[in-house]
Design a binder for this molecule. Sequence first.
Ligand SMILES: [Zn+2]
Length: 124
Amino acid sequence: MYGVVGVAIGSILPDIIDMLFAGGNNYIFSKIHRKLSHWWVIYVGLIYLSYKVYLFSEYINLAIYYVSIGAIVHIICDSLTISGVPLLNPFKQHFRIGLFRTGSTMEYVIVTIITTILFYKRFV
Ligand SMILES: [Zn+2]
């Protein structure tokens, strides 16, 4: 259960970070969205850190681990869109699989298929 909560928080964290930094300003949001906060290297680094360095308590290490896993899942999902995510340069969205546009019908179809498969694998 602890892991599910951590992954759930991590799965929205990159967008939350962008919203907090933008402070409600849509222009700033459009300039910073899907840049540094969506750079996979940060979260892979945090996962490595959570394995290698004891951070005050094992729960903090586990929280960092699960939140980072959620953030990486978020970034992988964003990479499916046409907008893409940063790959090597954290300030450029270079990597995209480009299956759909954010908010399009295809996005909902693909998310529904993936979610259904995950639920099926979990409960059957
Ligand atoms: Zn995002």
